[in-house]
Design a protein around this ligand. Structure first.
Ligand SMILES: Cc1ncc(COP(=O)(O)O)c(C=O)c1O
Length: 377
């Protein structure tokens, strides 16, 4: 009954775990901040709704918000303007819009392995073929340009880049981003750069692709930045002519993004609330806690995450990542099996540290007990 394209994609492994969880389980599975949005944003949302901002707006977003978002990029490209910005109904929608705008049936799209769960299915939904490229764990999950080059064919259309990365926590250096840009230009590929974790960097420095090439679309989101994953708002940054095409697709997906949520986010960007900086400081402290804790558990080894809010330890216990995540679930700990993120995610678990320190300690307690039993068996 359903179209072939739907038969080719599955519900993500992250959602499956979440939906199978017992009540009161400790949730280190879902990637969302355990904070409320900053007060100024919540207040602005209430005001917007009460003051009549409850109707359709422009498809590409409120002009004032587009202009404000463009300002974020002025240090890199001073003439970035609202014509470069499309406000989307989340990073997920931005990724889908980019895929449907850029990929033709038969194209090949280079996607990171391990990588975020939407890149490969979105390529398939657009009729293209995802081609995984490895991120090298021994080098902090960096891409290997020789491995990338081996995967390029006459059909390769695009390169998906994600730094800071979900699930690995890897952050690509400026030199790496520049090499990826040169690679994309040499092979005439468009870069889809998922930069939703821009604010969450603990080691090294974030580097955007914006301003380095005309062959790029930046996908971004307010979900993580403002702890408002349930509100569904994000944005795309693209060269002006491409932004016009992206907006066409975006209109056909959702007509326009939420008007009151945009008003609220604009107030947040203007206020630069202290709560946002406090959230990042807390993530940094938790990152220390989880890195130290995990590396002390027998059979676990984690590359310290340089960014985002995920630890992606490798385990040397018997069983697959699905089996182990299933056993942990029965013991009251939700994790995500590494192979939900690609073949090279096998042998790993993803743990989100966007959870309270107390829950991180309890979660690691469950892992420690599991490790003892798994290694004694
Ligand atoms: C790497 C990455 N990109 C995009 C998204 C989508 O975020 P949202 O749809 O909430 O904006 C996520 C969410 O987890 C993510 O981890």
């Amino acid at each position: 009954m359903v179209a072939q394209r739907v038969r080719e994609v599955e519900i993500s492994g992250i959602r499956k775990m979440f939906e199978a969880a017992p009540p009161n389980a400790i949730n280190l599975g879902l990637g969302e901040p355990d904070f409320d949005p900053p007060k100024v944003i919540v207040d602005a949302l209430c005001d917007a709704v009460r003051n009549g901002m409850n109707h359709y707006g422009p498809s590409a977003g409120l002009p004032a918000l587009r202009e404000k978002v463009a300002e974020r990029y002025h240090d890199r490209v001073p003439d970035t303007s609202r014509e470069n910005i499309i406000i989307t109904g989340s990073g997920s929608e931005g990724l889908m819009t980019a895929a449907l705008t850029l990929y033709d049936p038969g194209d090949e799209v280079l996607v990171p392995d391990p990588g975020f769960v939407l890149y490969a299915p979105h390529a398939r939904l657009a009729g293209a073929t995802p081609v995984p490229y490895p991120l090298d764990e021994s080098r902090g999950y960096q891409p290997d340009l020789d491995e990338l080059a081996k995967r390029v064919t006459a059909r390769t259309r695009a390169l998906v880049v994600n730094s800071p990365s979900n699930p690995t926590g890897g952050v690509f250096s400026k030199a790496t981003i520049e090499r990826l840009v040169a690679f994309a230009e040499a092979h005439e590929l468009t870069i889809v750069s998922d930069e939703v974790y821009e604010e969450m960097v603990y080691e090294g420095q974030f580097q955007s692709v914006w301003g380095l090439t005309e062959r790029a679309v930046v996908v971004h989101s307010f979900s993580k930045m403002f702890a408002m994953t349930g509100w569904r708002l994000g944005f795309l940054v693209a060269p002006r002519s491409l932004a016009v095409e992206l907006n066409k697709l975006h209109y056909h997906i959702m007509a326009c993004p939420s008007t009151p949520a945009q008003a609220a986010v604009l107030a947040g960007l203007n206020a630069e609330p202290e709560e946002s900086r406090e959230m990042i400081r807390e993530f940094r402290a938790r990152r220390e806690l989880i890195t130290r804790g995990l590396n002390r558990i027998p059979g676990l080894k984690v590359v310290p995450p340089a960014g985002a809010f995920y630890a992606f330890p490798r385990f040397s216990w018997p069983g697959t990542s699905q089996e182990i995540a299933g056993s942990l679930l029965q013991r009251g700990l939700i994790t995500t099996p590494g192979d939900a993120f690609g073949t090279l995610g096998a042998g790993h678990l993803r743990l989100s540290f966007a959870a309270s320190r107390e829950n991180l300690r309890k979660g690691m307690g469950i892992l420690r007990t599991y490790a003892r039993e798994a290694l004694a068996a």
